[in-house]
Write a protein that binds this ligand. Structure first.
Ligand code: SAM
Length: 290
Protein backbone atom coordinates (compact mmCIF):
# COMPACT_ATOMS: atom_id res chain seq x y z
CA UNK A 1 0.00 0.00 0.00
CA UNK A 2 1.19 3.51 -0.84
CA UNK A 3 2.03 5.01 2.59
CA UNK A 4 1.24 8.57 1.53
CA UNK A 5 -2.21 7.68 0.25
CA UNK A 6 -2.77 5.62 3.39
CA UNK A 7 -2.00 8.70 5.52
CA UNK A 8 -4.37 10.88 3.47
CA UNK A 9 -7.18 8.35 3.82
CA UNK A 10 -6.57 8.05 7.56
CA UNK A 11 -6.75 11.81 7.99
CA UNK A 12 -10.09 11.94 6.12
CA UNK A 13 -11.81 8.82 7.41
CA UNK A 14 -10.05 7.32 10.45
CA UNK A 15 -8.79 3.75 10.73
CA UNK A 16 -11.89 1.52 10.31
CA UNK A 17 -13.18 3.26 7.16
CA UNK A 18 -9.66 3.44 5.69
CA UNK A 19 -9.43 -0.30 6.16
CA UNK A 20 -12.72 -0.71 4.23
CA UNK A 21 -11.45 1.48 1.39
CA UNK A 22 -8.13 -0.37 1.18
CA UNK A 23 -9.88 -3.75 1.23
CA UNK A 24 -11.96 -2.45 -1.73
CA UNK A 25 -8.78 -1.53 -3.64
CA UNK A 26 -7.61 -5.12 -3.39
CA UNK A 27 -10.76 -6.70 -4.83
CA UNK A 28 -10.71 -7.73 -8.50
CA UNK A 29 -13.72 -6.09 -10.13
CA UNK A 30 -15.69 -7.83 -12.88
CA UNK A 31 -15.91 -6.39 -16.38
CA UNK A 32 -18.90 -4.05 -16.60
CA UNK A 33 -20.43 -2.42 -19.65
CA UNK A 34 -23.24 -0.24 -20.88
CA UNK A 35 -25.38 -1.22 -23.84
CA UNK A 36 -25.39 1.82 -26.09
CA UNK A 37 -29.06 2.62 -26.69
CA UNK A 38 -28.05 5.06 -29.44
CA UNK A 39 -27.33 1.91 -31.47
CA UNK A 40 -29.42 -0.83 -29.88
CA UNK A 41 -32.18 -1.04 -27.25
CA UNK A 42 -30.99 -2.53 -23.95
CA UNK A 43 -33.13 -5.67 -24.22
CA UNK A 44 -31.87 -6.38 -27.74
CA UNK A 45 -28.29 -5.91 -26.54
CA UNK A 46 -28.80 -8.39 -23.71
CA UNK A 47 -30.18 -11.01 -26.13
CA UNK A 48 -27.28 -10.42 -28.53
CA UNK A 49 -24.71 -10.83 -25.75
CA UNK A 50 -26.45 -13.95 -24.51
CA UNK A 51 -26.50 -15.42 -28.01
CA UNK A 52 -22.79 -14.63 -28.37
CA UNK A 53 -22.18 -16.86 -25.35
CA UNK A 54 -21.76 -14.22 -22.63
CA UNK A 55 -23.44 -14.41 -19.25
CA UNK A 56 -24.07 -11.43 -16.99
CA UNK A 57 -25.96 -9.93 -14.09
CA UNK A 58 -28.17 -6.89 -14.39
CA UNK A 59 -27.96 -3.66 -12.38
CA UNK A 60 -31.11 -2.45 -10.58
CA UNK A 61 -30.57 1.26 -11.18
CA UNK A 62 -29.75 1.22 -14.92
CA UNK A 63 -31.31 -1.21 -17.39
CA UNK A 64 -28.50 -0.78 -19.93
CA UNK A 65 -25.74 -1.63 -17.39
CA UNK A 66 -24.41 -5.18 -17.14
CA UNK A 67 -21.93 -6.98 -14.89
CA UNK A 68 -20.25 -9.62 -17.02
CA UNK A 69 -19.45 -13.01 -15.55
CA UNK A 70 -16.00 -14.59 -15.86
CA UNK A 71 -14.54 -12.60 -18.74
CA UNK A 72 -11.68 -10.17 -19.33
CA UNK A 73 -12.18 -6.96 -21.32
CA UNK A 74 -10.14 -8.51 -24.16
CA UNK A 75 -12.81 -11.15 -24.64
CA UNK A 76 -15.13 -8.43 -25.94
CA UNK A 77 -12.70 -6.39 -28.02
CA UNK A 78 -13.11 -8.37 -31.24
CA UNK A 79 -16.82 -9.00 -31.06
CA UNK A 80 -19.09 -7.16 -33.56
CA UNK A 81 -21.07 -5.72 -30.63
CA UNK A 82 -17.98 -3.98 -29.31
CA UNK A 83 -16.49 -3.05 -32.68
CA UNK A 84 -19.79 -1.52 -33.84
CA UNK A 85 -20.11 0.57 -30.66
CA UNK A 86 -23.19 -1.26 -29.42
CA UNK A 87 -21.57 -1.88 -26.06
CA UNK A 88 -19.14 0.37 -24.16
CA UNK A 89 -16.85 -0.84 -21.39
CA UNK A 90 -17.45 1.41 -18.41
CA UNK A 91 -17.22 1.07 -14.65
CA UNK A 92 -20.53 1.08 -12.78
CA UNK A 93 -19.56 4.12 -10.70
CA UNK A 94 -18.75 6.14 -13.80
CA UNK A 95 -22.25 5.52 -15.17
CA UNK A 96 -23.72 7.51 -12.26
CA UNK A 97 -22.97 11.20 -13.05
CA UNK A 98 -24.98 11.34 -16.32
CA UNK A 99 -27.95 9.74 -14.53
CA UNK A 100 -28.02 12.55 -11.98
CA UNK A 101 -27.71 15.19 -14.71
CA UNK A 102 -30.61 13.56 -16.63
CA UNK A 103 -30.39 15.58 -19.88
CA UNK A 104 -33.61 16.05 -21.84
CA UNK A 105 -34.58 16.77 -25.43
CA UNK A 106 -33.45 20.20 -26.58
CA UNK A 107 -31.39 21.05 -23.49
CA UNK A 108 -27.93 22.47 -24.06
CA UNK A 109 -25.39 20.37 -22.17
CA UNK A 110 -21.65 20.91 -21.72
CA UNK A 111 -19.46 17.90 -20.93
CA UNK A 112 -16.58 20.05 -19.79
CA UNK A 113 -13.68 17.56 -19.53
CA UNK A 114 -14.95 14.82 -21.78
CA UNK A 115 -12.33 12.34 -23.06
CA UNK A 116 -12.45 9.44 -23.66
CA UNK A 117 -16.19 10.10 -23.84
CA UNK A 118 -18.02 7.33 -21.99
CA UNK A 119 -20.15 9.83 -20.16
CA UNK A 120 -20.68 12.00 -23.25
CA UNK A 121 -22.31 9.15 -25.14
CA UNK A 122 -24.26 8.12 -22.03
CA UNK A 123 -25.59 11.70 -21.73
CA UNK A 124 -26.74 11.60 -25.36
CA UNK A 125 -28.28 8.14 -24.93
CA UNK A 126 -30.19 9.24 -21.81
CA UNK A 127 -31.79 12.05 -23.82
CA UNK A 128 -32.74 9.59 -26.61
CA UNK A 129 -30.17 11.31 -28.76
CA UNK A 130 -32.00 14.64 -28.41
CA UNK A 131 -29.92 16.82 -26.05
CA UNK A 132 -27.62 19.40 -27.66
CA UNK A 133 -24.28 18.31 -26.30
CA UNK A 134 -20.91 20.06 -26.48
CA UNK A 135 -17.91 18.00 -25.38
CA UNK A 136 -14.72 19.82 -24.44
CA UNK A 137 -11.29 18.22 -23.96
CA UNK A 138 -7.90 19.90 -23.58
CA UNK A 139 -5.50 17.07 -24.38
CA UNK A 140 -5.00 16.56 -28.15
CA UNK A 141 -4.40 12.79 -28.00
CA UNK A 142 -7.31 12.22 -25.66
CA UNK A 143 -9.43 14.44 -27.92
CA UNK A 144 -8.69 12.08 -30.84
CA UNK A 145 -9.86 9.19 -28.68
CA UNK A 146 -13.02 11.14 -27.84
CA UNK A 147 -13.77 11.72 -31.53
CA UNK A 148 -13.17 8.04 -32.29
CA UNK A 149 -15.55 6.97 -29.51
CA UNK A 150 -18.23 9.48 -30.50
CA UNK A 151 -18.15 8.19 -34.10
CA UNK A 152 -18.11 4.55 -33.08
CA UNK A 153 -21.04 4.99 -30.70
CA UNK A 154 -23.25 6.86 -33.14
CA UNK A 155 -22.85 10.18 -31.31
CA UNK A 156 -21.49 12.18 -34.26
CA UNK A 157 -23.99 14.98 -33.58
CA UNK A 158 -22.13 15.95 -30.39
CA UNK A 159 -20.10 19.13 -31.00
CA UNK A 160 -16.58 18.38 -29.84
CA UNK A 161 -13.97 21.04 -29.14
CA UNK A 162 -10.32 20.58 -28.31
CA UNK A 163 -9.71 23.41 -25.88
CA UNK A 164 -8.81 24.22 -22.31
CA UNK A 165 -12.25 24.54 -20.70
CA UNK A 166 -10.92 27.38 -18.55
CA UNK A 167 -10.59 29.41 -21.76
CA UNK A 168 -14.17 28.88 -22.98
CA UNK A 169 -15.79 32.24 -23.69
CA UNK A 170 -18.13 33.36 -20.88
CA UNK A 171 -20.51 34.37 -23.65
CA UNK A 172 -21.55 30.68 -23.81
CA UNK A 173 -24.16 29.36 -21.39
CA UNK A 174 -25.67 25.92 -20.87
CA UNK A 175 -28.80 24.43 -19.29
CA UNK A 176 -26.75 21.59 -17.82
CA UNK A 177 -23.05 20.91 -17.26
CA UNK A 178 -21.13 17.78 -16.35
CA UNK A 179 -17.74 18.42 -14.77
CA UNK A 180 -16.19 14.98 -14.42
CA UNK A 181 -12.99 16.52 -13.22
CA UNK A 182 -9.39 15.33 -13.65
CA UNK A 183 -8.36 13.94 -10.27
CA UNK A 184 -5.82 11.89 -8.33
CA UNK A 185 -7.72 8.67 -9.07
CA UNK A 186 -7.69 7.69 -5.41
CA UNK A 187 -10.99 5.85 -5.94
CA UNK A 188 -9.67 3.61 -8.70
CA UNK A 189 -6.55 2.21 -7.05
CA UNK A 190 -6.26 -1.54 -7.57
CA UNK A 191 -3.85 -4.38 -7.03
CA UNK A 192 -2.68 -4.01 -10.67
CA UNK A 193 -2.57 -0.19 -10.77
CA UNK A 194 0.04 1.10 -8.35
CA UNK A 195 -1.01 4.40 -6.82
CA UNK A 196 1.37 7.32 -7.18
CA UNK A 197 -0.66 9.64 -5.04
CA UNK A 198 0.76 12.04 -2.48
CA UNK A 199 -0.37 15.26 -0.82
CA UNK A 200 1.36 17.49 -3.38
CA UNK A 201 -0.36 15.74 -6.31
CA UNK A 202 -3.73 15.90 -4.56
CA UNK A 203 -3.24 19.62 -3.93
CA UNK A 204 -2.37 20.19 -7.59
CA UNK A 205 -5.52 18.37 -8.67
CA UNK A 206 -7.66 20.30 -6.18
CA UNK A 207 -6.39 23.67 -7.43
CA UNK A 208 -7.33 22.78 -11.02
CA UNK A 209 -10.67 21.28 -9.92
CA UNK A 210 -11.62 24.47 -8.10
CA UNK A 211 -10.77 26.59 -11.15
CA UNK A 212 -12.80 24.30 -13.42
CA UNK A 213 -15.76 24.26 -11.04
CA UNK A 214 -15.79 28.06 -10.73
CA UNK A 215 -15.70 28.29 -14.53
CA UNK A 216 -18.55 25.75 -14.81
CA UNK A 217 -20.69 27.80 -12.41
CA UNK A 218 -20.08 30.86 -14.62
CA UNK A 219 -21.10 28.96 -17.76
CA UNK A 220 -24.27 27.55 -16.18
CA UNK A 221 -27.53 29.33 -17.00
CA UNK A 222 -29.56 30.77 -14.14
CA UNK A 223 -31.88 27.91 -13.10
CA UNK A 224 -29.50 25.38 -14.64
CA UNK A 225 -28.08 22.26 -13.01
CA UNK A 226 -24.66 20.71 -13.00
CA UNK A 227 -22.96 17.61 -11.66
CA UNK A 228 -19.44 17.67 -10.21
CA UNK A 229 -17.79 14.25 -10.04
CA UNK A 230 -14.36 12.76 -9.46
CA UNK A 231 -12.98 9.24 -9.21
CA UNK A 232 -11.30 10.29 -5.96
CA UNK A 233 -12.47 9.58 -2.42
CA UNK A 234 -10.30 12.32 -0.87
CA UNK A 235 -12.16 15.23 0.74
CA UNK A 236 -9.62 17.79 -0.51
CA UNK A 237 -10.72 17.04 -4.09
CA UNK A 238 -14.39 16.66 -3.30
CA UNK A 239 -16.22 18.46 -0.49
CA UNK A 240 -13.44 21.01 -0.03
CA UNK A 241 -13.37 21.97 -3.72
CA UNK A 242 -17.16 22.24 -3.71
CA UNK A 243 -17.35 24.48 -0.66
CA UNK A 244 -14.58 26.77 -1.91
CA UNK A 245 -16.05 27.08 -5.41
CA UNK A 246 -19.62 27.71 -4.23
CA UNK A 247 -18.62 30.38 -1.73
CA UNK A 248 -19.80 33.83 -2.79
CA UNK A 249 -21.72 32.56 -5.85
CA UNK A 250 -25.45 32.28 -6.49
CA UNK A 251 -25.10 28.49 -6.93
CA UNK A 252 -25.95 25.97 -4.21
CA UNK A 253 -25.75 22.29 -3.52
CA UNK A 254 -28.83 20.36 -4.66
CA UNK A 255 -29.05 17.29 -2.39
CA UNK A 256 -28.96 13.88 -4.10
CA UNK A 257 -29.40 10.37 -2.75
CA UNK A 258 -27.67 7.18 -3.79
CA UNK A 259 -29.57 4.34 -5.43
CA UNK A 260 -30.25 1.37 -3.20
CA UNK A 261 -27.40 -1.10 -2.94
CA UNK A 262 -24.59 1.34 -3.73
CA UNK A 263 -21.83 1.08 -1.09
CA UNK A 264 -21.21 4.48 0.47
CA UNK A 265 -18.50 6.32 2.36
CA UNK A 266 -19.34 9.13 4.78
CA UNK A 267 -19.63 12.37 2.79
CA UNK A 268 -21.10 15.87 3.22
CA UNK A 269 -24.91 15.97 3.44
CA UNK A 270 -26.52 15.81 0.02
CA UNK A 271 -23.41 14.43 -1.72
CA UNK A 272 -22.52 10.82 -2.59
CA UNK A 273 -19.16 9.12 -2.16
CA UNK A 274 -19.08 5.54 -3.46
CA UNK A 275 -16.80 3.17 -1.57
CA UNK A 276 -14.46 0.97 -3.63
CA UNK A 277 -15.68 -2.64 -3.42
CA UNK A 278 -15.67 -5.81 -5.50
CA UNK A 279 -18.21 -4.15 -7.85
CA UNK A 280 -17.67 -0.41 -7.55
CA UNK A 281 -14.80 2.03 -7.97
CA UNK A 282 -14.54 4.88 -5.49
CA UNK A 283 -16.35 7.92 -6.86
CA UNK A 284 -17.70 11.26 -5.65
CA UNK A 285 -20.79 13.06 -6.97
CA UNK A 286 -22.53 16.30 -6.13
CA UNK A 287 -25.28 18.23 -7.88
CA UNK A 288 -25.36 22.01 -8.03
CA UNK A 289 -28.18 24.34 -8.99
CA UNK A 290 -27.73 28.00 -9.95
N1 SAM B 1 -15.68 12.16 -18.48
C1 SAM B 1 -14.68 11.33 -19.13
C2 SAM B 1 -15.28 9.98 -19.45
O1 SAM B 1 -16.19 9.54 -18.73
O2 SAM B 1 -14.90 9.36 -20.44
C3 SAM B 1 -13.44 11.21 -18.27
C4 SAM B 1 -12.82 12.56 -17.95
S1 SAM B 1 -11.26 12.46 -17.15
C5 SAM B 1 -11.70 12.16 -15.53
C6 SAM B 1 -10.77 14.14 -17.11
C7 SAM B 1 -10.39 14.71 -18.47
O3 SAM B 1 -10.23 16.13 -18.31
C8 SAM B 1 -9.08 14.23 -19.05
O4 SAM B 1 -9.30 13.71 -20.32
C9 SAM B 1 -8.20 15.49 -19.11
O5 SAM B 1 -7.34 15.51 -20.23
C10 SAM B 1 -9.26 16.56 -19.22
N2 SAM B 1 -8.86 17.92 -18.79
C11 SAM B 1 -8.01 18.26 -17.78
N3 SAM B 1 -7.93 19.59 -17.67
C12 SAM B 1 -8.76 20.12 -18.60
C13 SAM B 1 -9.11 21.45 -18.99
N4 SAM B 1 -8.58 22.50 -18.37
N5 SAM B 1 -9.98 21.62 -20.00
C14 SAM B 1 -10.51 20.56 -20.64
N6 SAM B 1 -10.21 19.27 -20.33
C15 SAM B 1 -9.35 19.06 -19.32
Amino acid sequence: MNEQLHALLLADYGAPVTERIEAGYCRARPVTLRINSLKMPAEEGKSALFQAGFSFDEVDWLSSALIMRDIREEDLWHTPLYEEGKVYLQSLSSMLPPLYLAPKEGESVLDMTAAPGGKTTELLALSDGKALITACERDKNRFQRLIFNLQRQGAGRVSAICKDALLLDDFFSFDKILLDAPCSGSGTVSAEREARIDAAFVEKCAVLQEKLLKKAIKLLKKGGEMVYSTCSVLKRENEEVLMRALKGTDARLEPIEAFEGIPLLPSADGTICVCPTERYEGFFLAKIRK
